[in-house]
Design a protein around this ligand. Sequence first.
Ligand code: PA5
Length: 446
Amino acid sequence: MVRINLGGCSSFVKESQYKTYEAKALEAFDTLIAENGAGNDFLGWKTLPNDTPEEIIAGCEAVRDSWKALGVDLVVVIGIGGSYLGARCAIEALSHNFAKLLYNKGGAPEVVFAGNNLSEEYVAELMDLMAERNSACIVISKSGTTTEPAVAFRLVKEFIEKKYDNASERIVAITDATKGALKTLSTQQGYRTFVVPDNVGGRFSVLTPVGLLPITVAGFDIRAMLKGAAQVREKLLCKCPENPAIQYAAMRNLLYSELGKKIEIMVTYNPKFQYLGEWWKQLYGESEGKDGKGIFPASVNNTADLHSMGQYIQEGERIMFETVINIEKSNRSVVIGTDPQNLDQLNFLAGSHVEHCGAMAQLGTKLAHIDGGVPQIEVSIEKIDEASVGGLFYFFEFACGVSAYTLGVNPFNQPGVEAYKKNMFALLGKPGYEELSAKIKERLSK
Ligand code: PA5
């Protein structure tokens, strides 16, 4: 279950101000529930925790089992933006920190990601890895035409076709139900396919096969993840001031609009949650950053980043607030021992859990940052597991819809992403971009 604590903001905001933004967030909540706001044809994600058909879940498990039977030990997941960040976030959160280096990997294949960059070294080194391993590939693109995954897939597909005589069994595509190059190719080649529903945008798609298939193949329980998301959903459907999504949306909009807090930093205290920050940045950045408005989403992973970004957060420009992900219980237990020499002067900690030191670092940082003018929102989960990760996904998605409507923008479009693509196509000489190409050449020659 997801809990929220706004106590770390109380010294910065007046109760009356909060009430104003709470009312705005409640109105935005109505818009999201009534489905009469901007972008309302992209609301399919709202019911995914409850209405994902058994056929999809069993289909993901069938791919996992069939690759196990082939002895697959490496799965390359190709996708960019919303087509990979959710899966990567869940897999990193749920995996052993050193899974890649352990001799006993526990049966599941290793999952690596591609198609999220245009680095030649990256794809060349991916081929080095695939040459050594028994590989399969999941290619994900809703549009089926995005350049980065299309380039990676062309290379990976060719590699798999050369190396194996059962290539079509080793490739699964997740794309539109009827249109796009990837759909056409999949039909021609007989790949197994899953559908990205029309009414679910990329950054809201982690609970569709886009996230569910890679997470299943990596060895995790998507049934528990959907159940955790459904439990949180039930809580978020309440039109009431206690609704954590309304509280989060109200407070972050208040901090932004009234206190000039233009940057929100997602703070995590567990290295496994680094990609939660990456997923969340895309979700909020693409949903809210438009029309000249929007909080800039940033992230840090503490305590490592207390030794890099800590100085700025404590004493730099006072333009940020923090949203801290608080994990109440560790899944593992490690106690600090006694050292007879005590040269490091740490015997006062003998008998303490490492987690206790982490909790005190977290609390000490909270107090210091509040003293330094940085308000803090806290989002808590009990521990890291499939259910809580599913719950966090659903919480941040729902709160994003409420928050963007509170801000007055369409949460479900991303017109700004096209600008770089047009220039890139013109520069690469793609047919149809001749006019822009000439304009760019003239601009660059000055
Ligand atoms: O959130 C979004 O819509 C985007 O980040 C897309 O997921 C991303 O651009 C990839 O698009 P596609 O799945 O069509 O290749």
